[in-house]
Write a protein of this length. Structure first.
Length: 305
């Protein structure tokens, strides 16, 4: 089972494709690190937000999660460089995907912060200098940056770093309901070019990424999901309030539900095996959306491919 831990909805970036920053949690509302002791053993954990490094107790969160999994990867803007570097010194086994939405001008335009690209890249380069192995770029492709995606891929390849992609989505999580790729031919053409380049690599992981990007083309074109969605069975999300969610792709206009709140349960298993969780899984099975996001796709790729 994979876990995604949303530690906060606070964020210093002002991204155009995401309004989390405009709907922040209060620090007093966010779960205490001790709550994570109730979580089960997990194959992999993604720590995300918001921006995870706004939390003053992020080190304590990592300490506890390292007792639950052998692999932790942060999704971060890279804005708080000093905090990230300090974390890397203490826990060199932890991974980082720094969100960059394009080269310098495009990234700063889409993420609403000047010098955002410079800070993110500088953080990655320092992590590489330190010998941190599990590092890379993460890009969310929208109408305006698919060409830059190819440039970032080449940059990451030349630096020997990982390269993760996504397409913008609508959901309760992003507080966005008008994200839509309108220049599909251009965007899908650039994804197709990325796939061709990935398939020329000699690493099976690159071929798996090519398949994931093929799924993004299918999603953008409104196709039926290429693999079954088993969100809430093969993976879960924990939100900052302590709710156990099947995914972060739900929309209130379609459906929204939680399996339960970990603060109110004696154990994770009490929630996971509850009638309420079974009801959520039934809703997942009949979900009208065809999301293609790594948090719910990666577990079924590992299961079926």
């Amino acid at each position: 089972m994979d876990g995604s831990i949303i530690v906060t909805y606070r964020c210093p970036m002002h991204c155009k494709m995401c309004n989390i920053w405009d709907n922040p949690t209060k620090p007093s509302e966010e779960f205490k690190p001790e709550l994570l002791k109730k979580l089960p053993r997990m194959r992999a954990v993604n720590i995300t937000g918001g921006e995870p490094f706004v939390r003053e107790d992020i080190t304590e969160i990592v300490e506890i999660l390292l007792t639950k999994t052998d692999r932790i990867v942060f999704s971060t803007s890279g804005w708080f460089s000093d905090r990230i570097i300090e974390m890397a010194k203490r826990y060199p086994q932890v991974g980082y995907r720094i969100s960059l939405e394009g080269l310098s001008c495009k990234n700063d335009e889409l993420r609403g912060r000047q010098t955002g690209f410079d800070k993110g890249l500088a953080t990655l380069l320092e992590l590489r200098r330190m010998g941190i192995k599990d590092i890379g770029f993460g890009i969310t492709v929208s109408n305006n940056n698919s060409r830059d995606m190819l440039d970032l891929y080449e940059l990451s390849k030349n630096l020997g770093m990982q390269f993760a992609t996504a397409s913008f989505h609508n959901s309760f999580y992003f507080h966005k309901y008008d994200n839509e790729v309108t220049n599909k031919q251009e965007v899908c053409g650039n994804f197709d070019e990325l796939i061709q380049r990935l398939m020329k690599e000699r690493h099976p992981k690159s071929w798996a990424r090519a398949f994931f990007n093929l799924g993004l083309i299918n999603y953008i074109n409104g196709g039926r999901r290429m693999l079954p969605c088993e969100a809430g069975s093969e993976n879960f999300f924990l939100d900052p309030f302590g709710n156990i969610l099947p995914c972060n792709g739900m929309e209130e206009s379609c459906w929204y539900g939680t399996m339960g709140n970990l603060n109110d349960a004696a154990s994770f298993e009490e929630i996971w095996n509850s009638p309420q969780a079974a009801e959520i899984r039934d809703k997942v099975a009949h979900c009208p959306k065809s999301c293609w996001m790594i948090g719910s796709v990666s577990p079924v790729m590992k299961k079926y491919i």
